[in-house]
Every structure is written in C-alpha cells, then in structure tokens.
Design a protein around this ligand. Structure first.
Ligand code: NAD
Length: 321
C-alpha cells in the first residue's frame, strides 16, 4: 500500500484523485488546501491529516519521514500556475508526483522540472486522461493502420458551460490558468498530437475570454478547432437534451463523439502510473509548447480556414467594459 499526500484537496477535481487513490488500494495520509471546506475527505480517507498552511503541512510530511514513513506520491490538484512549485515540494520530500493538467504553463518550467526530477531521482507524472479513453485509443489504432501519407481533415468542437464565477476565479485569469485554450484545450491538443503527429503550423483565429479557435496543421491532420465555455454557443438540439457539454471530432464525414467516458479516467490514470507506465514530463511537453504558442499568438481574425462556429458573433465579458 502506497502513502499519498494531496495538494488542493478542497477543489473540484480533488475527489477524483481521492477516489483513484482508494480504488487502487492505497491511502491518503495528508492533504493541504488554503480553503477548509474539505468534508469530502470523510468519504474516502477520514484518518488523513489536513492542513490549511503550507508550512505546517511541510513540517508534518518531514516529521513522518523522520519516523520512517516516507510519502510515496504527492498528488497535485492546485491551480495551474502553482503546479511547478508544488511538484518541487513533492520531489524535495522524496516522493514521486502525480500532477493535474496542464503540468505547467510554460515550456521552460517543464525543462527546469526535468532537471530537478533527475537531481532527486524521482518521477513526475501528468494526468493525460484522454490518452486512456477507449475510443481515443481505437482512433489512434485506425490512424496508424491507414496509409502513412493520408492526411485527415478534422473539426474539433468542444463546447462546455461555465457560469460567471469562472471569471472571478483563478480560471478566468490568464496568468493563473493560461486562458481557455490552455486550461481546457490542452486535453485536446495533446490527444490530437498523440494521434496525428507533431505540429507543423498553428494559426489562432480568435481567442477571447469565453472562446478560442484556430487551425492546427499536424503531420497527419488539418484540424479546425473551436473551444467555448459559453452555454449560449451550444446548439439548440444539444441543449434540448439537457446537456451542458458537447465534445466532438468530425473526421471527414465520420463523427467521433466522445462526450461520455471523459470524467471517469482518473482511476485508470492512477493504475497506469502505479503499473510503471505513467506519462512523464517529456510526454506532456509538446502540448505545453503548443498552448504557450497559442496563448501568445496574434489572432488573425477569420481568414476562410476557420471552424464554422468561429463565425458566431462574439460575446461581451460579463464584468469588463
Ligand atoms: P479548483 O479551483 O476547484 O481547486 C483548486 C484548489 O486548490 C482549491 O481548493 C484551492 O483552495 C486550492 N489552492 C489554491 N492555492 C493553493 C495553495 N497555494 N496551496 C494549496 N491549495 C491551494 O480547481 P480544479 O478545477 O479542481 O482544478 C485543479 C487542477 O485540476 C487544475 O490544474 C486544473 O487544470 C485541473 N483539472 C483537471 C481536470 C481533468 O479533467 N483532468 C478537470 C478539471 C481541472
């Protein structure tokens, strides 16, 4: 049984990590969050120690180590811009690290972590759960089996809904989350590059507070992509089903729908890591480079190569004039 510590225990994604720790037969020993609304811990590990101050958490982990009880893994569920600092904390305490996506916001943060990983002889794993999605794995096999000079035309559409709270939280701040292409798009860019090869050219048509869209020319695909967190963008026939999220890849005339199965992959990710097969820093790097580039790209506006939904009228920011 492995001992885990977890950072960011009060947040949205933390329960999936707690469940994954439990499902894989391991235990959560200690957790940290600045916010103390963490009753959810009782559903999984009522004996875990909990801290709201980093220094006390650090002292506790150190004390356990002195008592001969090393933490094996630190799981990181904190805001994106804190990941690298929290990863260093785990490595310095002699633990392997399991970190949420995006591993870091900038390519140079990843390079620095690779050096620290070597210094401590420990591993950093990233949650790249779409690579474990059965339909995505099947699609990758189909692409690999096709003639190597085939280039696919793809429309990636990811429409989800976030309320006004999003813009008040760290997720609405570009310096903290990276903006929506980084925070939400990273899953899809990673998946597309994993299946269709590296980026040859990236164009960003638009990138506002609630949507982003562009064209990604990969080795084996030309992808018009559109991401949105604005409920109003979701087509009526989808809204009528009660859904608030829609994920689709249109590959030629084939619709590859993967709205289901997206949120149940944390346990699978943990199994994969504990089996010694987890995705490391080098696996996450291509997508980190791309989101950094997209975040800093000058938007071109519509040029005829855009995803059809990019032509929708833009929305006003709920708070900014
Ligand atoms: P969240 O805001 O709900 O949770 C973040 C938590 O971190 C909060 O409880 C906050 O109080 C805590 N926190 C902030 N600063 C801290 C600090 N200095 N020390 C300790 N705790 C601190 O966000 P979330 O949606 O749970 O996202 C957390 C991470 O998970 C992000 O990196 C996000 O990108 C990722 N995420 C991944 C998926 C996925 O499908 N893999 C889905 C959602 C979020």
């Amino acid at each position: 049984m492995k001992d885990f510590a977890l950072i960011g225990a009060a947040g949205y994604i933390a329960p999936r990590h707690m469940k994954a720790i439990k499902d894989t037969g391991n235990q959560l020993v200690a957790a940290l969050d600045k916010f103390d609304s963490v009753g959810i811990i009782d559903s999984y590990f009522p004996q875990a120690d909990f801290f709201t101050e980093y220094e006390r958490f650090d002292r506790h982990i150190e004390k356990l180590k002195r008592q001969g009880r090393d933490i094996d893994y630190v799981s990181i569920c904190s805001p994106n811009y804190l990941h690298d600092a929290h990863i260093r904390f785990g490595l310095r305490h002699g633990a392997d690290v399991i970190c949420e996506k995006p591993l870091v916001l900038n390519p140079w943060n990843a390079t620095a972590l690779q050096e620290i990983e070597k210094e401590h002889n420990k591993k950093v794993y990233c949650i790249l759960q779409l690579r474990l999605h059965p339909s995505v794995i099947e699609l990758k096999k189909q692409v690999e089996a096709a003639p190597s000079d085939k280039v696919w035309d793809i429309d990636l559409t990811y429409l989800t809904s976030r309320g006004h709270w999003y813009y008040t939280s760290w997720k609405g701040e570009n310096e903290k989350s990276g903006g929506i292409a980084t925070n939400i798009g990273v899953h899809f860019y990673d998946m597309l590059m994993w299946i269709f090869g590296p980026v040859q050219k990236s164009t960003v048509h638009l990138h506002t507070h609630d949507r982003a869209s562009g064209l990604l020319e990969l080795e084996r695909a030309r992808v018009r992509w559109f991401l949105s967190i604005n409920y109003e963008v979701i087509p009526e026939h989808i809204k009528e089903t009660g859904a608030r999220t829609y994920r689709s890849l249109q590959i030629g005339d084939q619709e590859f729908e993967f709205s289901g199965g997206f949120t149940e992959l944390h346990t699978r990710s943990y199994e994969h890591i504990l089996d010694g097969e987890g995705f490391g820093i080098s696996d996450a790097t291509a997508a980190i480079h791309l989101v950094h580039e997209i975040r800093n790209a000058e938007t071109t506006g519509l040029d005829g190569n855009e995803h059809p939904l990019a032509r929708l009228p833009l929305a006003k920011h709920p708070f900014k004039k």
